[in-house]
Design a protein around this ligand. Structure first.
Ligand SMILES: Cc1ncc(COP(=O)(O)O)c(C=O)c1O
Length: 466
């Protein structure tokens, strides 16, 4: 779990080890109360002296992150106010800027839509309120959206869900059992990886390339690993921001058909084209009934609605409804009325929101180029984040110390199914430009404290640049 815990050439092994454990505790991978192996075992496993482990453990105890009792051993604890190792004292830690979430706030107009939906609720109160498939009007509106995108769709091909994320959870129930393989991109959306694990599935990652999808890799994996399900984010992939080009959709659809592999196509980001280009053809046009298109109101309108939907064949929709009964019995009626209103009268603020996100993206790009010139990235045409390549595998170390500098950021490894991606960091541009600029400034300091990024270019020969 510690991965590359030691800084290259560092003589502060105990501090590095403590920082590595601290990260695992703070990000929840070592929950409070987890027993730690005896110091002697840790020393043996890491190939370091017992004294070094003892010193690291002592500093973690002082920080309140580890509790030890004579004869009983040591275990992790949740710190009330941990003094940070290697950073400024707690009193000097500025207010936290949260770059861990790539989700924008609500589009202007959600409250007006809610006000208009309220009287419509009265008409619903005479019913039992369990609309298993979703409110008919909302299903109609969602079907029309796909038909407008060139994919003829009827309302009975739509199931309203509690967020786009639920679509994957339901599809996993339908198509996979314990131990089954699920093809995913690497990097991919961490909660999707979590959902696959929670369903006792085995994620089979296919690495993204510098240009997007490795379709040869996907085709080979479909053939050789015979996954029961694939999960792909074709539109402004999280975290890379890639959008799959039309010819690739065609090729992918044909490969899925040949392998007869069902696929959850996560389109939650489809409306986030910052370059204002129209949505591309949904993969279902090429993969047919194998494709389950997952949609969401979270990015287009507001995550707090907790509404999503799936477009699939009527047969799959019926089976999904049955699968859903083991989890919940439908989505809230009021929120569905609100979403239907938002789809009927698209809020004027939607265009402004894209303009604002594009400006925030540009501010983040400029800030990273100025403060962290060795970090490389591709400027995405849509989506919500920059996927930055760091000059060395130091993502976890940066994330660990970043908290001490007042930034929360998710290390690249979170986007990997089986570890790796240490040289990558996702930076969302969903906060106001000033916060982003300040956050990058702090991240540059955090990075400098763990390597040397931020030093003048003349000193850059000290570390590897890729
Ligand atoms: C790729 C991707 N899928 C799904 C979700 C979650 O969507 P929802 O809020 O509709 O459940 C997110 C949210 O960040 C996402 O980025």
């Amino acid at each position: 779990m510690l991965g590359q815990w030691r800084r290259h050439g560092s003589r502060r092994g105990a501090a590095d080890l403590a920082a590595g454990i601290r990260m695992l505790v703070l990000d929840g991978r070592l929950p409070a109360g987890t027993g730690l192996p005896p110091e002697r075992e840790v020393a043996g496993a890491l190939g370091v002296s017992r004294t070094m482990v003892g010193t690291a453990w002592q500093s973690l105890r002082t920080a309140g992150l580890v509790v030890s009792r004579q004869g009983a051993g040591s275990w992790t604890a949740s710190p009330s106010d941990p003094p940070p190792p290697g950073g400024p004292p707690p009193s000097a830690v500025p207010q936290l800027i949260d770059l861990a979430r790539a989700v924008p706030s609500a589009v202007a107009g959600v409250d007006d839509a809610a006000a208009r939906a309220l009287p419509l609720l009265t008409a619903e109160l005479g019913s039992h309120g369990y609309a298993e498939y979703g409110l008919p009007r909302l299903r109609e509106l969602l079907a029309e959206r796909y038909t407008r995108r060139g994919l003829p769709t009827t309302p009975d091909q739509i199931l309203v869900t509690n967020g786009g994320h639920q679509v994957l959870a339901l599809a996993l129930r339908l198509f996979t059992g314990p131990g089954d393989r699920v093809l995913i991109e690497q990097p991919s959306y961490p909660n999707a990886i979590e959902a696959i694990r929670a369903a006792h599935g085995v994620p089979v990652p296919v690495a993204m390339t510098e240009d997007g999808w490795d379709l040869d890799g996907v085709t080979t994996t479909l053939r050789q690993a015979a996954p029961r399900l694939a999960y792909l984010i074709t539109d402004f992939q999280n975290p890379t921001g890639f959008r799959m080009a039309e010819p690739d959709r065609k090729r992918l659809g044909a490969a899925l058909r040949r392998a007869r592999t069902p696929v959850v196509v996560d389109e939650t980001n489809v409306d986030l084209a910052l370059d204002r280009t129209a949505p591309l053809t949904p993969l279902a046009a090429y993969a047919g009934d194998l494709a389950l298109l997952a949609g969401s109101a979270s990015k287009s309108h507001w995550g707090g609605l907790r509404l999503g939907w799936v477009r699939a064949s009527t047969e799959v929709i019926d089976r999904l409804v049955v699968a859903r009964r083991g989890i919940d019995l439908g989505s809230p009626v009021f929120e569905q009325l609100v979403l239907a209103d938002l789809l009927e009268r698209p809020p004027a603020g939607q265009a402004d929101r894209l303009t604002m996100l594009a400006a925030q993206r540009d501010a983040l790009v400029a800030a990273v180029r100025a403060d962290c010139p060795q970090w490389t990235f591709r400027v995405p045409a849509g989506g919500l984040s920059l996927w930055c390549r760091l000059p060395e595998p130091m993502s976890t170390r940066i994330a660990a110390v970043a908290q001490n500098f007042g930034v929360r950021v998710v290390p690249g490894g979170f986007f990997a199914a089986h570890g790796g991606l240490e040289p990558w960091l996702r930076l969302p541009y969903t906060l106001p430009a000033e916060s982003l600029v300040e956050a990058v400034h702090r991240l540059a300091q955090a990075a400098a404290s763990v390597t040397g990024c931020g030093l003048p270019v003349a000193d850059s020969a000290l570390f590897a640049v890729t």
